[in-house]
Design a protein around this ligand. Structure first.
Ligand SMILES: Nc1ncnc2c1ncn2[C@@H]1O[C@H](COP(=O)(O)OP(=O)(O)OP(=O)(O)O)[C@@H](O)[C@H]1O
Length: 241
């Protein structure tokens, strides 16, 4: 069937993903629904980022179909990529970085509107870093930079936030702050969250759905309870307290 259910934002239907005709993942069936909190876990090199790229529409599937809800078309998906050293050194003010979240949706307009400016400030406020708006981005700590990038992603997102290993480089307190913010956005604002993470313990606490990808493309997708009963969950999720 090639239509989405009412609350589905994204759906992979028997999808193969890979590069230059060579599959990394095969027979992927996955739905992301409104208000979902979905964590993708698994070993290095198993295909987590490949899955994200495909869900973002950056990597076309080798076969199968990825369906997107009309709700996702305009300003609906925010993406927080893995930070690179070059991004950490970005020579712009915090407000400019956050405003750039609007760029992908604005076509050939060269100036930000007053509405965009006030939304950018509101998102900085939501992330608790409004007072940093005039500072140079590269002078911030890693935790502050990550909050600013999340505020930027929120400028693009009204339905779904996609995050690739967002706590890399953060200390435990900053990581917990980021998780708290994501819980708030998910529970109070109904934002669907899809996150690649190596932090299985926190994934088991916050997520409703776990995707575990193993080498060779072995694939698990289910609730936290189902995951903990699965072979992958028994092996990797046993540390849940
Ligand atoms: N642009 C590319 N061209 C060809 N192969 C690629 C490309 N990007 C990734 N791969 C390969 O696809 C496989 C999956 O890589 P991917 O980056 O999706 O893994 P990952 O699970 O996100 O890893 P990590 O946990 O280390 O970030 C790897 O074998 C990788 O070498």
């Amino acid at each position: 069937m090639n239509t989405l259910e009412e609350n589905e934002l994204l759906s992979c239907r028997d999808v193969s993903l890979g590069y230059e005709g060579k599959p990394v993942l095969e027979h992927v069936n996955l739905s992301v629904r409104s208000g979902d909190y979905l964590c993708v876990v698994g070993e290095n090199g198993s295909g987590k980022s490949t899955l994200l790229k495909s869900l973002l529409g950056l990597l076309p599937p080798l076969s199968g179909e990825i369906l997107r809800s009309p709700a996702l078309r305009d300003r609906a998906v925010g993406y927080l990529p893995q930070q690179t050293p070059a991004q950490k050194d970005f020579p712009a003010t915090v407000l400019e970085v956050v405003l750039s979240g609007f760029l992908s949706n604005r076509g050939l307009k060269f100036f930000y509107t007053a509405v965009e400016r006030s939304a950018a400030l509101m998102n900085l406020g939501k992330l608790g870093v409004l007072e940093l708006q005039g500072k140079c981005y590269r002078e911030l700590s890693g935790g502050q930079q990550q909050r600013v990038l999340l505020a930027r992603a929120l400028c693009a997102a009204s339905q779904l936030l996609i995050l690739d290993e967002p706590i890399t480089g953060l200390d435990p307190a900053a990581a917990q702050d980021l998780y708290k913010t994501l819980r708030y956005l998910n529970e109070k604002e109904g934002m669907a969250v899809l996150m690649v993470t190596h932090d299985i313990k926190s994934a088991l606490q916050d997520a409703r759905t776990i995707v575990h990808i193993s080498h060779g493309g072995r694939w698990f997708c289910g609730s936290v309870e189902e995951y903990l009963r699965s072979p992958e969950g028994r092996r990797f999720g046993g540390g849940r307290s």
